[in-house]
Design a protein around this ligand. Structure first.
Ligand SMILES: NC(=O)c1ccc[n+]([C@@H]2O[C@H](COP(=O)([O-])OP(=O)(O)OC[C@H]3O[C@@H](n4cnc5c(N)ncnc54)[C@H](OP(=O)(O)O)[C@@H]3O)[C@@H](O)[C@H]2O)c1
Length: 213
């Protein structure tokens, strides 16, 4: 299997690359700073086009849209600016869509293509504890994109899953998180394995539970 993981410079993305590689898969990790192999700022359509050209006609069996930002963590309502909103939406929403769009031709070359969108429990409308408006809205939009891609791509045999990776101890999750990157990545990889056209459009947690929308 050839997997592509965005945002692989650190955190969950870096661990996914490690564990997928250890499992014997070919993995292309992408990062803004080139640290993981291929350079890709997911918001940059020029870099997306160059990445797709770099892959050429190589099939992509699993695309993991993992890159994300959480700019408004702990931000007071009064402190929100246009820039907070535009950056959050650019990476977490537009970036996901542009990545899928750019790699769709490569996914179509696979025998069993899958797209995994790393959203968050903060995408949920059912769970609304307040705060983090831009991050929550962006992750809800990523969930929505995943659900609609699942509908559009099902006739082509492409499965789409949307995931909450857990509250993970990373730069984003902080040191108080519930689980390690190793646990998150292992759980997510199992989820990617069991994703099928029958379960396409699912919103699952890293440990296999169905998440409330
Ligand atoms: N940690 C948690 O508890 C948690 C919970 C729910 C959901 N998530 C989601 O899980 C994913 C990974 O989170 P994490 O905890 O591993 O975060 P992290 O440690 O902060 O890492 C984020 C990754 O995304 C990359 N990134 C940010 N902006 C980018 C851009 N414009 N283009 C390409 N890459 C970009 C970062 O690259 P740089 O190194 O270049 O900045 C980094 O590799 C995110 O989508 C996050 O929202 C995390």
């Amino acid at each position: 299997m050839h997997a592509v993981v965005t945002g692989a410079s650190r955190g969950i993305g870096r661990e996914l690359v490690k564990q997928l590689t250890e499992a014997g898969h070919e993995v292309t990790g992408t990062s803004r700073d080139h640290s993981s192999g291929v350079r890709l700022d997911v918001c940059d359509s020029g870099q997306q086009a160059r990445f797709a050209a770099h892959l050429g006609d190589k099939p992509v069996d699993l695309l993991v849209c993992n890159a994300g930002v959480y700019i408004d963590k702990g931000m007071a309502l009064e402190d929100y600016t246009t820039e907070v909103w535009s950056k959050s939406l650019a990476v977490n929403v537009t970036g996901v869509f542009l990545t899928v769009q750019a790699l769709l031709p490569n996914l179509r070359l696979s025998d069993n293509p899958k797209i995994a969108i790393i959203s968050s429990q903060m995408a949920s409308h059912a769970r609304a504890p307040g705060g983090s408006y831009a991050y929550r809205a962006s992750k809800a939009a990523a969930l929505n994109i995943g659900r609609n891609l699942a509908t559009d791509l099902k006739p082509e045999g492409i499965s789409v899953g949307i995931y909450h990776p857990g509250w993970v101890r990373t730069d984003m999750g902080g040191s108080e998180g519930d689980i390690s990157v190793q646990e998150a990545a292992a759980g997510l990889m199992h989820e990617f394995d069991v994703l099928t056209l029958q379960t396409t459009g699912c919103f699952h947690t890293w440990d296999g539970r169905i998440h409330a929308f």
